[in-house]
Design a protein around this ligand. Structure first.
Ligand SMILES: [Zn+2]
Ligand SMILES: [Zn+2]
Length: 260
């Protein structure tokens, strides 16, 4: 299995996952061209993508979806309310490429399961992909680390987990009061500190590898996210790079091309 965040952050998200037989994208939240370039950059052909799975209708997750589907005939998978929420943004999609998912979908040798995430969108979902050997999961855009997310990502070989903001930077930063409140709410985004706490919990269920992603451009720095998470882990007796590997997803380019 291959796992590679092409882009991860508040300015756009798209994650590439492939098994022996198939490949998918989870979200396509940048211009189609940027995603094409990233795929070509990691040696993949956009025509080989078997489906794009949408977590929720926010623009940083759907911006390039319509273009990619129209250009390469790629089916789009989302639940009913997310389809409704993104209809206008993504433009006209061929009937045959509109796939409404409820819980789980099989594509070639991959089983893709969804779980609800606490976020302020119509019906936001995280996904995990399992090919019979390896399980990879995406958990970003989390107001808090809910039980449903916890259960959905259990026993993953790798998890892309949100480490969105530093709470102090957000509180004293330039965002308007209402936006600060939204981000801090339980349908907003996961802070660096809460991300660290979530990883401590995930270690109970054999998670060996975490990639920190969906960082805020305004209220975080990669170094700060990493240091905060690592210090929470150490405080809880976790040995870094022994009990768990922690790496960072890059905002503007493919990162962590991980092959299992
Ligand atoms: Zn969102
Ligand atoms: Zn987002």
């Amino acid at each position: 299995m291959i796992f590679c965040p092409l882009y991860s952050g508040s300015s756009g998200n798209s994650i590439f996952v492939a098994s022996d037989k198939g490949s998918i994208l989870i979200d396509a939240g940048l211009p189609g061209k940027s995603i094409e370039n990233a795929l070509v950059g990691i040696g993949k052909d956009p025509r080989d993508i078997d489906g794009i799975f949408i977590t929720h209708e926010h623009i940083d997750h759907v911006k390039g979806v319509g273009v990619l589907s129209r250009r390469y005939g790629i089916p789009i998978f989302a639940n009913k309310l997310t389809w409704k929420g993104m209809e206008k943004t993504i433009g006209k999609i061929k009937e045959e490429n509109i796939k409404i998912i409820e819980d789980t979908v099989d594509i070639k040798d991959m089983n893709i399961k969804s779980y609800r995430i606490p976020h302020d969108a119509a019906d936001p979902m995280g996904y995990s992909v399992y090919d019979g050997k390896t399980k990879v999961s995406i958990a970003t855009d989390l107001g808090f680390f809910s039980e449903e997310v916890d259960k959905g990502i259990r026993n993953s070989d790798i998890v892309l987990l949100e480490s969105n903001h530093d709470v102090e930077m957000l509180k004293f930063g330039p965002y308007p009061y209402n936006l600060k409140r939204r981000i801090l709410s339980n349908v907003g985004h996961l802070s660096n500190y809460d991300c660290g706490k979530a990883i401590v919990n995930m270690l109970k269920y054999n998670c060996k590898r975490v990639v920190l992603g969906h960082l805020s451009k305004t209220n975080n720095y990669p170094e700060l996210a990493y240091e905060t998470v690592v210090s929470v882990l150490r405080e809880n007796g976790v040995k870094i790079n022994e009990d768990v590997f922690v790496t960072m997803a890059k905002r503007d380019m493919p990162s962590n091309y991980i092959e299992f």
